[in-house]
Design a protein around this ligand. Sequence first.
Ligand code: HEC
Length: 166
Amino acid sequence: MKKGFLVAAAIAFGLGGVAVRSVIATGESAQDAIIERGRYLVRIGGCNDCHTPGYTVRNGQVPETRWLVGDSLGYSGPWGTTYPANLRRYLSTMDVDTWVEQARTLETRPPMPWFNLRAFSEADLRAIYKYIRSLPSDDTPVPEYVPPGQRPQTPYLVMAPQSPEQ
Ligand code: HEC
């Protein structure tokens, strides 16, 4: 009887252990899936196009270690000159709920497509956050915004319609 109980207990604990392990494993793979979705959304959402140095001119062939660290190549237009933020740094001091709130209300100068950011679902915004926070931290600062009429101290792209040659 006593032996039978021990065997039963051992089986129960054994199975319990397996169950706990599989819950932990499922939890981890669920997190991995969210991070993977965030990576996908960042990529197809075009965030790298501006927030990752050299991404468009190298046809996207920039190692992930450099993704989203911001750029010191300015975007100049009637709004002045703006610099794509270092998104790793930007999110490093923000919790996920604050990010969702920010993404829903953010309004920046061009060419940041803030109006597209608002169109992401909450789940997508959370996945983007999880992905960016999974990248190693990077505190590289980007240059300050330069108001219209002032000359930027960095290389910059001029974003203004040009008339065709006469
Ligand atoms: C066409 C270029 C471009 C694309 C594409 C782009 N951004 Fe930006 N982003 C910028 C620029 C430039 C700024 C700075 C705007 C300013 O200074 O007003 C900025 C600013 C931001 C900010 C505000 C940072 C701050 O300090 O307030 C966030 C957040 C942001 N971008 C997130 C994203 C995400 C997420 C994506 C992809 C879904 C994305 N951006 C795509 C150019 C871009």
